[in-house]
Design a protein around this ligand. Sequence first.
Ligand code: CP
Length: 289
Amino acid sequence: MKNLLSMEHLSNDEVLAILERAREFEQGAETKLQRSYYVANLFFEPSTRTKTSFEMAERKVGCTVIPFEAGFSSMLKGETLYDTVKTLEMIGLDTVVIRAKEDEYYKELLEGINVGIINAGDGTGQHPSQSLLDLYTIYKEFGRFEGLTVTIAGDISHSRVAKSDAIALRRLGVNVNFLCPPEWAGDFEAQHAWNGLLEESDVIMLLRIQHERHDVYFSKENYHQQFGLTPEREKQMKEHAIIMHPAPVNRDVEIASELVECGRSRIFQQVQNGVFVRMAILETILKER
Ligand code: CP
């Protein structure tokens, strides 16, 4: 695997190999990388988890992390992303992790660039490392994918997590439902009321309302009442069902604040799992260089 760009490009075998390697890292395995590789994290959109988690994973697999400040880079003087990444390649970097606001920004990097590219989120497109950590969280919980039911509720059309997860989960045999207001469904067939979803789902995955991508008035209270996970709805979930959310969380909008760390919530475990999964992603890409 030279790059990680979209879950569409990964076979089930490649996904399962990354999850298995993440499990080994969680159990204390050492990296198989033979030398220290140079990596940089280019984040042109805000991030807390993904950027920090990649940096932790990079250090844990022995990489040398070269600082890159998107807000002080020469892209502010008009340099293209291609020229920026080519420049980093010539300086000696092996791999770059990129988050950018344009969908499929990585397409301009596929010809002529010889560093590994890891997509840490492209606009409303894909978020493959988040998807892999979501899969790892589900696999750790249930030990399988086949036959599970996952309901993804929230801002579906703007969500790169929903798109990435739906592709991967369905290919692994998971029944995926969507729940959102009618105007947020995008290309997905979604339900617009909770009817039956709580009782039948093994995973309820809430998504952040991406206020920065909406330009019409939105009532947080109305949304919470109709589509949010309230304490009353949590009580209707299956006994062994879990709650997930890629975070950051809008407390009391998509999920009641008191449920964020409840017994069935895996929201902060997802963050922890992300480090092991990103170690596995980095090792997989770097060992082929
Ligand atoms: N889940 C996620 O991508 O979080 P950040 O935006 O904080 O990286």
